[in-house]
Write a new protein. Structure first.
Length: 361
């Protein structure tokens, strides 16, 4: 007997998750320097895993103009037994013989032939391409872990045209949706500029730099007069570690409980970070590079359409998630205080989770 599992809600939520839900919306903050473009999923491309007596049968179905489905077997796997899923109505595929990668549109047309060692998903109509990468195994003790080494990284559009010939390797801090094409490079501190094949400059926001600027120039100054509370989600999750013999025991507070009972503890790190004695603290800025998951049963449909793709996965490229770690320094030991933000649909920052550690290590 056959059992068909749609990839929607299965296999694709892989890796470490960060809990977000509808309770985390707060759109009152300073806007981002551009309007976020949302590409609606037209549902013409679907990925499936079919369980048969012979094993797993994994394939794509792409809707044709006559209403029939085109079955595609040359699937691209982004993880073990996890086929790719559409991004802006395009999907990657892999030639089974050459193992090179190309891109299908939502009609099943190979808009980029399988000539690249690897491709990223499409974001803002662009994607990274690795050309002439060499596969190598870095596993040990018989465990294989294939990686691609060397090669040239390009930036393409979805027609396969090269936009930038010498691109940096894909990373989670370069915001593809912030692209501005100019005659001269943008010199703002949080932009990174690349010269395109058309001799114009492609400018992108570096999210790590932008987040650091936000913390230093907006968030930390707001903590001096309690205006930081405007960044709080209405139902923020606040985790306070209990100081006992067990590392990792937490008490969880909601927003009102935190502001009533634990506000002094939460804001203690702010006072430290605003002090002039830099030997007593260290600020660490992170942009999350893993799948962000959401409690979809609590999320309203109107937000699902904005923040989630059709697999129920948070759109981390469009709405990146950040963490500020204010580390208290005591001799050779540190204590971490985590403040987690996401960029909301209006471009502002929402503080959705706080974690205060109790012990020095």
């Amino acid at each position: 007997m056959k059992k068909v599992l749609s990839i929607i809600g299965a296999l694709l939520v892989i890796g470490v998750g960060v809990f977000l839900s509808v309770k985390y919306w707060n759109d009152e903050n300073t806007e981002y320097p551009y309007n976020i473009k949302i590409v609606e999923d037209n549902n013409r491309i679907r990925s499936f895993v079919e369980e048969t007596e012979e094993g797993l049968d994994i394939y794509y179905l792409i809707k044709q103009e006559n209403g029939e489905d085109l079955r595609v077997d040359n699937v691209y796997y982004y993880d073990v037994a996890a086929p790719d899923y559409p991004s802006e109505n395009f999907i990657r595929f892999s030639d089974q013989k050459s193992e090179l990668v190309g891109l299908y549109n939502d009609r099943g047309v190979a808009v980029i032939p399988p000539i690249y060692s690897d491709l990223t998903r499409v974001y803002n109509g662009m994607l990274y391409a690795l050309k002439d990468g060499v596969k190598d195994n870095i596993g040990s003790n018989g465990d294989r872990h294939d990686v691609l080494l060397g090669g040239t990284t390009l930036l393409l559009n979805t027609n396969g045209e090269v936009l930038i010939e010498d691109m940096i390797i894909p990373n989670n801090t370069l915001d593809m949706f912030s692209l501005k094409i100019t005659e001269e490079p943008i010199l703002d501190s949080y932009y990174v500029s690349f010269k395109g094949v058309n001799s114009k400059y492609y400018n992108f926001v570096d999210l790590a730099k932008y987040f650091e600027l936000f913390v230093k120039e907006e968030f930390l100054p707001s903590t001096v007069d309690h205006k930081w509370e405007s960044f709080l989600s209405d139902n923020i999750e606040v985790n306070i570690e209990v100081k006992n013999e067990n590392v990792g025991d937490y008490i969880v507070y909601d927003k009102q409980e935190m502001l009533t009972i634990q506000k002094d503890l939460v804001t203690k790190a702010f006072a430290l970070a605003n002090s002039s004695d830099s030997t007593r603290y260290k600020l660490v800025y992170d942009v999350y590079d893993w799948i962000v998951t959401v409690d979809t049963e609590l999320m309203e449909d109107k937000y699902k359409k904005i923040y989630l793709n059709k697999e129920g996965v948070w759109k981390g490229k469009e709405f990146p998630v950040f963490q500020l770690n204010i580390k208290e320094v005591k001799g050779t030991q540190t204590r971490s205080n985590h403040y987690d933000f996401y960029r909301n649909k209006n471009g502002g920052m929402t503080l959705y989770q706080i974690t205060i550690r109790a012990n020095y290590y």
